[in-house]
Design a protein around this ligand. Structure first.
Ligand SMILES: O=C(O)c1cc(=O)[nH]c(=O)n1[C@@H]1O[C@H](COP(=O)(O)O)[C@@H](O)[C@H]1O
Length: 237
């Protein structure tokens, strides 16, 4: 898998999704289907996007008891998806159950989807983590420890801010996947994100992949912004 720029299709209706993708006609994209889209369109949207040749990160952030996560992952594995995720906060047993579910649900001869674990949401800053989640370590420590727990559970990588990638490489090695949302150019609206980084800086920090939503999808010309961010991500002048 090449180091992808994953476009988050966080759009509130099918017409908008089709209109957006229409602008990317000949591009083979890596798209992210989140809760908003999956809850509305279900399995069909995955089949449609695959049919159009796109790679898919299904972002449902499972976080439940191990048995439920295992059985749910078994179901999700029957979809033609490339990446799926859980919350690392569910613990090692839950993450391991997720891996088992995916393995059980992957059809013979098919590749099991990669599983990545969300460490701390990029909309959380250290102050919120201390005061509202009552986790009293540094953000870098929490993220790199959760990444290590994920690796020990058989998970393939993590979702984190690009800022934490060097710490994760230290705790888990540089071949452990790091997928990084919270990507913004200096001119972009930050919105609810707290730990933000530009695409170029994310590359320098060693992220495996980046996730970009509103900077592209809310732009007047999404394709132009996508191309510009991709160039920055790939270090093309
Ligand atoms: O798992 C994710 O994809 C995710 C984890 C995280 O910590 N932060 C985060 O923003 N995301 C997702 O990444 C996307 C970021 O969107 P924008 O902030 O619009 O670029 C959204 O679809 C989020 O659901």
């Amino acid at each position: 898998m090449q180091r992808p720029l994953i476009m988050a299709l966080d759009l509130d209706n099918r017409t908008k999704r089709l209109a957006l993708l229409e602008q990317f006609k000949d591009e083979q994209l890596f798209v992210k289907v989140g809760m908003e889209l999956f809850y509305r369109e279900g399995r069909q949207v995955i089949e449609e996007l695959k049919g159009e040749g796109h790679q898919i990160f299904l972002d449902l952030k499972l976080h439940d008891i191990p048995n439920t996560v295992q059985r749910s992952m078994r179901e999700l594995a029957s979809l033609d998806i490339d990446i799926v995720n859980v919350h690392a906060a569910g613990g090692k047993k839950m993450m391991n159950a997720a891996v088992e579910g995916l393995e059980q649900g992957t059809k013979p001869g098919k590749k099991r989807p990669l599983l990545i674990a969300v460490t701390q949401l990029t909309s959380t800053d250290e102050e919120t983590m201390h005061n509202e989640l009552l986790i009293h370590h540094s953000l870098n420590e929490v993220v790199s420890s959760y990444a290590r727990f994920a690796k020990e559970s058989g998970v393939d990588g993590v979702v984190c801010s690009a800022k934490e990638v060097p710490y994760i490489h230290q705790s888990c090695g540089s071949d452990f996947y790091t997928v990084c949302p919270g990507i913004r150019r200096p001119e972009d609206e930050v919105g609810d994100q707290k730990r933000i980084v530009t695409p170029g800086k994310a590359r320098e920090l060693g992220c495996f992949g980046i996730v970009v939503g509103r900077s592209i999808t809310n732009a007047e010309n999404p394709y132009e912004v996508y191309r510009a961010m991709k160039k920055d991500w790939e270090g093309v002048k």
